[in-house]
Design a binder for this molecule. Structure first.
Ligand SMILES: [Zn+2]
Length: 303
């Protein structure tokens, strides 16, 4: 289940992180060197890494894009405490070869001492992931067959959820068991802002044809968090469309894809997210640094 590479090298939280790994919880404290920000993560989504590094889709080499982003993230290393890839890590069918290639591309993060946390998207496969990145599998699963973890940082708790319903089926679902767990996990951490991270966009009602392309149980999830005022944001990917919006008081952050975009003018890349006392600061880093939105920042205020 939970995820994380515990590749913590010179990090002050090594001892605690290792202890927490069994239960799937990671406590991220301030760095001993006084440089890294324990509240700041590189957020990636939709890397869609294929088994063959030369594979392209929509005129994009996904492996090359992720290599570039990994390099940029490492260049920001002093200000980051980890990297989160928010689902669709693998290309289409979550094949073992996809994760083998992924493991090779993210290896420099480990060498740079940056912990890696993955969530599962509709193109992922948990067992294939664990086969290539064994350190992503925890000794004890929070919920059977789901890949979940909680990152406890000084200014916010990050809940990394699992919306993979079935590999290569577009629909997302948390399921009642995971929602019940989340309610309890939130209640146990009511004193600090909570940021939810899952692959699928919220979908409130079925499509015209009755189908679901987003998170099928979004309404149940948002009903659950409505009374839990510590929940401030829901961060997702899936639609490959960088966008900020709100659902009531909850900030919705649609991450850009690292891989291909679905419309030519949209940006791909990654986002640096830094939790502060009163909100979340975001900065977009585009793969194409000449994109007009490259470097764009946003301050999401907690209400
Ligand atoms: Zn995707």
């Amino acid at each position: 289940m939970p995820v994380h590479s515990m590749l913590v090298s010179r990090r002050a939280f090594l001892g605690q992180a290792t202890a927490g790994a069994v239960a799937g919880f990671v406590a991220v404290k301030g760095g001993s060197a006084g440089e890294e920000n324990p509240n700041s993560f590189a957020l990636l989504a939709d890397t869609h890494i294929p088994g063959d590094p030369d594979t392209t889709a929509r005129d994009t080499n996904m492996t090359a894009n992720l290599r570039q982003v990994v390099g940029e993230v490492i260049a920001h290393r002093p200000k980051l405490s980890g990297v989160i890839v928010n689902g669709d890590c693998a290309y289409l069918k979550g094949l073992p070869g996809d994760y083998k290639n992924l493991a090779s591309v993210v290896q420099p993060l480990s060498e740079a001492g940056l912990p890696l946390h993955l969530t599962m998207g509709n193109h992922d496969n948990r067992q294939a992931l664990y086969g290539a990145l064994a350190d992503q599998q925890k000794a004890a699963a929070v919920i059977e067959s789901k890949h979940i973890s909680v990152l406890e940082t000084p200014k916010a708790n990050w809940f990394l959820l699992d919306s993979l319903f079935q590999t290569d089926v577009v629909t997302g679902e948390l399921g009642s068991q995971q929602r019940e767990w989340l309610a309890q996990a939130l209640d146990a951490r009511a004193n600090k802002p909570a940021i939810l991270v899952a692959h699928h966009n919220p979908q409130w009602e079925p499509n015209a044809n009755g189908g679901w392309t987003g998170l099928k149980d979004a309404k149940a999830l948002f009903d659950l968090i409505a009374s839990r005022k510590q929940v401030k944001a829901y961060i997702y990917g899936h639609s490959h469309n960088w966008q900020l919006s709100k659902a009531g008081n909850i900030h919705l952050v649609n991450l850009p894809p690292v891989a291909y975009v679905f419309a030519a003018d949209r940006p791909n890349g990654w986002v640096q997210a830094t939790a502060q006392d009163q909100g979340l600061r975001l900065q977009l880093h585009c793969v194409d640094t000449s994109h007009p939105q490259h470097g764009q920042t946003a301050e999401l205020a907690w209400s």
